[in-house]
Design a protein around this ligand. Structure first.
Ligand SMILES: [Zn+2]
Length: 345
């Protein structure tokens, strides 16, 4: 019995020494030493519920530090948890995020949705590792090599978009720029609402009249045409498209109903009268659509581009619905027309 007690005591001392002597014993064995807090270096572990963001952070930490193991838990390690829930996330913008040193051992990088979590990871790398990304080419990404990233012992950042939508950073660096269309997915849409291959033959009246004739479009044509608004089915077809869009993108904050690229606005009597009455050919269509979307999806916005003839002028003789979200191209404001459709949200 005495012998056993001695063995247990010795074992206890041994475990205790490993647990407490992390900066020396564990460093020599397998610590990656990838994070420094107040001058002390620790083993760094990355884990998280959000797999794409966790993978991205791990990959960048590997490139920065040259270490490969960010999964083995060691006693005394600091863990970055990516996408973990936090009570304060419930009260922020859907694309907002929080970065915090929760306690002495855990850092949380979490958004309210997956987009916000990607913003959090990029912001963490930007603030604490000098990471930059200005585009998709190798020379447009800056990954400073350093043995260890340095953070302060207690930090807390809560970030939310201050405006509803912007798109100054394009796809190749949109997470770094925090502007992958915050709540406005964008994209030209009428080729999907009334696809030429579906209606071109049977309903030529859905398509624009130019110089007194209905244009003849080839299947799958995505641009240089706009819908004729004198189509009693247009709202109904737009709602079918909305249903399908939200099935595929349930977390989207808005549904894009954007004019096609390349002009081709209808010149029929009805469309010309819309332009004359409202000062903007598409104003009444968007307003009527917004009313229907509000009934069906009260928490979603109707997004559009003030683009081409849709940016001809601010609508008159109509009060635009509050659930419309217009993206205005600066060059249209500055160089073509003094004002586009006002943002109603
Ligand atoms: Zn028309």
């Amino acid at each position: 019995m005495k012998k056993h007690l001695v063995v247990l005591v010795l074992l206890g001392i041994s475990l205790y020494s490993i647990a407490t002597d992390s900066s020396n014993t564990l460093t020599e064995v397998k610590s990656n030493n990838a994070i420094t807090v107040d001058g002390i270096t620790y083993h760094l572990v990355v884990s998280g519920a959000d797999k794409p963001a966790t993978k991205f952070l791990t990959q960048k930490l590997q490139e920065i530090t040259g270490q490969t193991d960010f999964t083995t838990p060691l006693i005394g390690a600091i863990t970055i948890k990516v996408g973990d829930s936090l009570p304060e996330l419930d009260k922020i913008h859907p694309c907002g995020y929080v970065m915090k040193f929760k306690d002495s051992k855990n850092i949380i990088l979490s958004g309210r949705n997956a987009l916000g979590t990607m913003y959090a990871v990029n912001d963490f790398l930007k603030r604490f590792a000098g990471y930059r990304k200005f585009g998709g080419a190798p020379l447009q990404e800056i990954v400073p090599r350093q043995k260890s990233i340095t953070v302060s012992a207690s930090f807390y950042f809560k970030e939310e978009p201050s405006i509803q939508s912007y798109a100054v950073a394009w796809l190749l660096n949109s997470y770094f720029g925090r502007s992958s269309r915050v709540c406005f997915p964008g994209g030209h849409s009428f080729d999907k609402i009334i696809p030429v291959e579906q209606f071109g033959e049977t309903h030529p009246e859905y398509y624009p009249m130019i110089d007194g004739k209905r244009v003849k479009l080839k299947p799958k044509m995505t641009g240089t045409w706009q819908p004729c608004l004198d189509n009693p089915k247009l709202i109904e077809l737009s709602l079918v498209y909305a249903d399908n869009y939200l099935k595929k993108n349930p977390a989207a904050l808005s549904i894009p109903f954007v004019v096609n690229d390349g002009g081709g606005d209808c010149q029929c009597e009805y469309c010309a009268a819309q332009f004359a009455k409202y000062g903007n050919q598409y104003a009444n269509y968007y307003n009527e659509l917004a009313k229907e979307v509000k009934k069906r999806y009260p928490n979603k916005l109707v997004s559009l581009y003030a683009y081409g003839r849709c940016a001809s002028a601010a609508p008159v003789n109509v009060k635009m619905e509050y659930n419309l979200l217009a993206a205005c191209r600066p060059e249209i404001f500055h160089f073509e027309r003094p004002i586009g459709i006002p943002t109603a949200v």
